[in-house]
Design a protein around this ligand. Structure first.
Ligand SMILES: Nc1ncnc2c1ncn2[C@@H]1O[C@H](COP(=O)(O)OP(=O)(O)OP(=O)(O)O)[C@@H](O)[C@H]1O
Ligand SMILES: Nc1nc2c(c(=O)[nH]1)N[C@H]1C(S)=C(S)[C@@H](COP(=O)(O)O)O[C@H]1N2
Length: 163
């Protein structure tokens, strides 16, 4: 059972000024995969807070996967990639590349998502854009990659004989 943490980065959301639809959708989509969503938080776009919670969840909560939503753009307060870079030990550039690849046919604005992906200890961390529309477009296509990555991170020696 994949253990998941969902972290929403949103100034408006953390002040209760807007319902966190993206976090809600991520919980629903994760549970639809029979994954176990153990942690969920919504915090402001504050780098130190993001670093602290990502490290805590990866080091103490023994999560297999942390998905963040929001703060990956070029708005002055968007710092999720910078925080994630401080936390991951191994970067996986192919995941954000794939996110933009599948998104470009939908919107050229996919060029503006600076999100990262990587591993800390045995936790896979992936940054997604903030909009609920983006979550619905991206998450389903990431599921097979997430499953395979988690198997490998856990040391599954089987060959990568995948399609
Ligand atoms: N968690 C969320 N729930 C609902 N809508 C969201 C959420 N995050 C983002 N959005 C929508 O997607 C758009 C772009 O997302 P972005 O992360 O840039 O949020 P923002 O509104 O710019 O700032 P913040 O979410 O930090 O207050 C937002 O303008 C908003 O319409
Ligand atoms: N698939 C997909 N990717 C997307 C989008 C989208 O609507 N769909 N929005 C883009 C936009 S408008 C922005 S500003 C960047 C960064 O979004 P964030 O600041 O909410 O993280 O994600 C981009 N990636």
């Amino acid at each position: 059972m994949i253990k998941v943490g969902i972290l929403t980065l949103s100034d408006k959301g953390s002040k209760g000024e807007r319902e966190d639809l993206s976090g809600k959708i991520l919980i629903e989509l994760s549970e639809a995969e029979n994954w176990n969503v153990i942690k969920y938080e919504i915090i402001p776009d504050e780098k130190d807070q993001i670093v602290e919670i990502l490290k805590n969840w990866a080091d103490k909560e023994n999560l297999d996967l942390i998905i963040t939503t929001g703060g990956t753009g070029v708005y002055p307060r968007d710092v999720t990639p910078e925080a994630t870079k401080e936390v991951i030990e191994k970067e996986i550039p192919g995941i954000p590349e794939y996110i933009r690849y599948i998104s470009y046919p939908i919107t050229p604005m996919a060029a503006l998502t600076r999100g990262l992906a990587g591993v800390r200890k045995t936790t896979l961390i992936i940054n997604l854009p903030g909009s609920p529309k983006a979550i619905k477009e991206i998450f389903p296509k990431l599921v097979p990659i997430i499953k395979h990555a988690i198997e490998k991170i856990k040391g599954d020696p089987s060959e990568c004989a995948r399609n």
